[in-house]
Design a protein around this ligand. Structure first.
Ligand SMILES: [Zn+2]
Length: 306
């Protein structure tokens, strides 16, 4: 599908509607009469995730659609009203658009969903130096737990851990604004020990030593843990560096790539959206759609989109 075109001034409703219909036909093989609110949601997500470029007098320009998603919903509604028809969507679509604009609007969050191969490559480029042991444990904990970077990187040891290393471990994630109650997040051994989150955390804790008390992922000075947690911005830089080192576009990966990557991998494995939503601890399925890379739900739309 060609990249999204900004509408000509006089035909906003028709232009956006025409693009939404073309999108649903190409990605979901659905005609206009069968389009549901979910198709429009996927279209809005598409507006954000595609490079929004067009050519004007031979010059490449960026379309200002990113911050205008609520307006796109208005135009789509206007189109249906002009036709004398009921729009196939409710206030939910408007809220979804506002949420997307709020989430992506100010600082575009371009974190690509990390695939299992990305994770394997990142981790296998690390050495056994303390800094790398910490990075490995953090990456694998994020990818296996699906948690937000701040939820994992700011954990305090030993309060955060329930460990029976043979069976696995549980990270105890404290309550927060986005996660009202404290709850355990189980992690299991994986078949391949090189990407096993449990073994990586165990190795990291062995480095910190018996009797260690403090942040689970502390700042290190000359290899010595400081009483301060690694901050997310620093960790983002580490992930960028690993992306560059493994031949990937550095600005496309960040600490959020693992949460998105876990959700996207599950979607590619045919998990239902509801199951993905539960694992992300989201209240509504629409929130979880942000985390599934378009490559997954375009292919498997009928499973992912209810
Ligand atoms: Zn293991």
């Amino acid at each position: 599908m060609a990249s999204l075109k900004p509408p000509s001034k006089t035909h906003f409703p028709e232009s956006y509607h025409g693009q939404a219909v073309a999108f649903a036909r190409e990605q979901f093989n659905v005609g206009e009469v069968d389009m549901t609110e979910w198709h429009f949601m996927a279209f809005l997500e598409y507006c954000l995730t595609r490079p929004v470029q067009y050519y004007e007098n031979g010059r490449r320009r960026e379309a200002p659609i990113r911050n205008g998603l609520p307006e796109v919903v208005n135009y789509l509604g206007a189109y249906y009203r002009l036709q004398g028809a009921e729009p196939p969507f409710s206030g939910r679509l408007r809220r979804f658009a506002e949420e997307l604009a709020a989430t992506f609007g100010h600082a575009p969050r371009t974190a690509l969903a990390a695939s299992p191969d990305d994770v394997r490559d990142f981790v296998s480029s690390l050495s056994s130096r303390p800094l790398d042991l910490r990075t490995k444990a953090a990456i694998l904990s994020l990818f296996a737990s699906w948690r937000r970077p701040s939820e994992v990187l700011w954990l305090d040891y030993p309060q955060c851990l329930r460990a029976e290393y043979e069976a696995g471990i549980s990270l105890i994630i404290p309550g927060s604004k986005t996660n009202p109650r404290s709850r355990p997040q189980p992690l299991r051994h994986t078949k391949d020990e090189r990407v096993c989150p449990v073994c990586a955390i165990k190795t990291w804790l062995e480095y910190l030593g018996a009797g260690y008390v403090g942040p689970l992922f502390p700042v290190l000075r000359k290899g010595n843990p400081q009483p301060k947690s690694l901050d997310v911005a620093n960790f983002d830089k580490t992930i960028e560096m690993l992306a560059r080192r493994t031949g990937r576009p550095p600005h496309s990966y960040s600490s959020y790539s693992f949460r998105r990557g876990a959700a996207t991998t599950a979607a590619e494995l045919d998990w239902e959206l509801e199951t993905i939503q539960k694992q992300l601890w989201h209240e509504r399925p629409a929130q979880s759609l942000h985390y599934i890379a378009p490559r997954a739900y375009w292919r498997r739309s009928r499973k992912i989109l209810p």
